[in-house]
Design a protein around this ligand. Structure first.
Ligand SMILES: Cc1ncc(COP(=O)(O)O)c(C=O)c1O
Length: 562
């Protein structure tokens, strides 16, 4: 007896449905495999877990011995801490007083103040080792606070300060002279814009430029244009990479909304390339080349320094190879490749990451230093991608504005910056840049090793990060010892040290001496005491136990878990 045609059709439909389902599952599985194993790579789960973590803190006794250090060590730590407290109160008196006065009215200050160190220690540290938020002047590579203390600047002003503060003061002053007659007229341009555009086209190797007010907005516009031209919605960002604080590029913890159109994938991974090859919904891939220093890890802030697992290592050849392969897949799949050079542009090479790694992007964002000291975001791109309207669909436009987008003062300071950048003296500065900064990092590491201190630095040119070579819960204390030695750090602490390129060998030697002195003092005060059985894993397990204990027994108040 033969099979009925109706049954045949039924089976065929069933087989097609099954095949489609399997295909969907396979695509889904590929996406899952392209995520980084860490929580940073799983942004939704990270948000859920973050919402579960309760506040708790250590009482004074636990503060100094949360790793079960013997009494003698806890006493040494206590004495060292109180010595620092007295020193801060005396040396930074005015600066701390003014900071305390304004903090209740400045939300940013309250946030950064609270997140300098892991939250279990934060309140006690704030009460005793308040960090001042004021400086009154800058000069060479130093900052002077309200108490007249001169501190070597390792903050780099969020990366803006590439060429030294005096350079930017000049750019701003000379720029202002150029455009004073026009003043704050917006909408119409000052003629300096023409030269800026010509120079930016030449530097980026791209056809068009748009001006924005911050790096965040330049990135927003890059992604919006990529979506408009590809008619696809998804953007790919890499695990841990920062691209400003706009929601779609900052999914996960910190963003109250779920970013529905973002894939966070593993960087330097074949599984990611497979996803890019396979899927049809990806408009663009965002690359922040700073991640080359710590691929797939988030910005290394000391608030997350709960153990010594933080590591960094820059491998130029491996990252170049990755970018080349990424470039090839994006070209093949017509995915827009965006280099976000807001941080590294003009810092690692005069022509930025494109020049440094020898890979061309379709769109490039710049910001920070390019404003010559004033706020800026710039997008450079191929003309087919930069176009904001369609010739054949006059109403289908891609909208972008911004009241202050081409402010004459900003464009004039940028003009000064770009003109100076082209001079032989500044071009020469970039020639041996990596050799200079690699040598300095190696020298400091050598000294730290000789002193048997459990600290090391890693660098991507003049961008440095500090790692710790032996398991400890107190590494974040180093930032307070460094400040006591007259080194200014940003609120992320030892996670990111940013040098300006006008640091001379002599300046650097002073910083290195102070760095070693700070680490020695911290060592002598017992913070790096450790018993043989402590590992980074055991520290994490212990913190997990504390969290569980406080989560399900809120009445416990002060920390008791062990
Ligand atoms: C790579 C990158 N993209 C974008 C941004 C955002 O720039 P802005 O702070 O000017 O909005 C930053 C800021 O740090 C950045 O480092």
């Amino acid at each position: 007896m033969g099979i009925e045609p109706a049954s045949l059709a039924f089976y065929a439909l069933g087989a097609i449905a099954l095949a489609l389902l399997l295909l969907k599952l396979k695509t889904r599985l590929e996406l899952t495999l392209a995520k980084h194993r860490s929580l940073t790579g799983h942004v939704r789960m990270a948000r859920r877990i973050a919402a579960l973590i309760p506040f708790y803190e250590y009482d004074e006794a636990r503060f100094f011995a949360c790793d079960d250090a013997p009494d003698e060590i806890a006493a040494r730590r206590h004495a060292g801490f109180m010595r620092l407290t007295a020193l801060y109160r005396e040396r930074f008196a005015q600066t701390i007083r003014r900071t305390a006065e304004v903090a209740p009215g400045i939300s940013d200050l309250q946030f950064t103040g609270a997140y300098r160190v892991p939250f279990q220690f934060s309140r006690f540290v704030r009460a005793h080792l308040a960090a001042g938020a004021f400086v009154q002047s800058s000069d060479g590579v130093t900052l002077t606070d309200l108490d007249g203390n001169r501190l070597y600047d390792l903050t780099g002003s969020y990366g803006v300060n590439v060429l030294g503060y005096d350079f930017y003061k000049d750019c701003m002053e000379r720029g202002q002279e150029k455009v004073r007659a026009l003043g704050p007229v917006l909408g119409a341009y000052h003629p300096v814009i023409a030269d800026n555009v010509a120079r930016l086209k030449q530097i980026s190797g791209l056809d068009e430029v748009s001006f924005h007010m911050s790096g965040t907005e330049a990135v927003m516009q890059a992604v919006r244009l990529a979506r408009y031209h590809t008619r696809r919605s998804r953007l790919v960002r890499f695990c841990g990479a920062y691209h400003g604080w706009w929601g779609d590029v900052a999914p996960g913890v910190g963003n109250p909304l779920r970013a529905r159109e973002t894939y966070t994938l593993q960087e330097m991974s074949d599984a990611t390339l497979r996803v890019l090859r396979r899927r049809r919904d990806i408009a663009c891939v965002l690359v922040n080349p700073l991640q080359a220093l710590h691929p797939n890890a988030a910005a290394p802030a000391d608030s997350g320094l709960v153990d010594s697992a933080r590591t960094a290592h820059f491998d130029r050849a491996a990252y170049t190879d990755w970018l080349r392969r990424l470039r090839a897949v994006c070209t093949e799949r017509k995915i827009v490749l965006i280099f976000d050079e807001v941080f590294v542009g003009f810092r690692i090479a005069a022509g930025g990451a494109q020049e440094y790694f020898g890979v061309a992007a379709d769109l490039v964002t710049y910001g920070k230093t390019l404003g010559g000291g004033l706020p800026i975001g710039v997008l450079c791109g191929r003309s087919d991608l930069m176009k904001r309207f369609r010739d054949d669909r006059p109403v289908d436009v891609c909208f972008a504005r911004g009241t202050f987008n081409s402010h004459p003062y900003v464009l004039a300071a940028m003009h000064e910056f770009l003109q100076r950048l082209a001079t032989p003296e500044l071009q020469a500065l970039y020639r041996d840049l990596d050799a200079v900064w690699d040598r300095r990092a190696q020298r400091l590491n050598q000294r730290l090793r000789e002193e048997r201190l459990p600290v090391e630095v890693a660098n991507l040119s003049s961008i440095w990060t500090v790692s710790y070579t032996q398991p400890s819960r107190y590494n974040w204390m180093l930032q307070y010892y460094l400040r006591a030695e007259g080194l200014a750090l940003s609120w992320v602490g030892t996670g990111r040290l940013i040098f300006s390129l006008n640091y001379t060998e002599a300046d650097f030697e002073v910083v290195a001496d102070r760095f070693v002195a700070a680490a020695k003092a911290m060592h002598e005060d017992g913070w790096w005491w450790s018993d043989a059985k402590t590992t980074n894993k055991s520290i994490k397990q212990r913190i997990l136990r504390e969290i569980i204990a406080h989560r399900w027994s809120p009445a416990r108040g002060q920390e008791k878990a062990s």
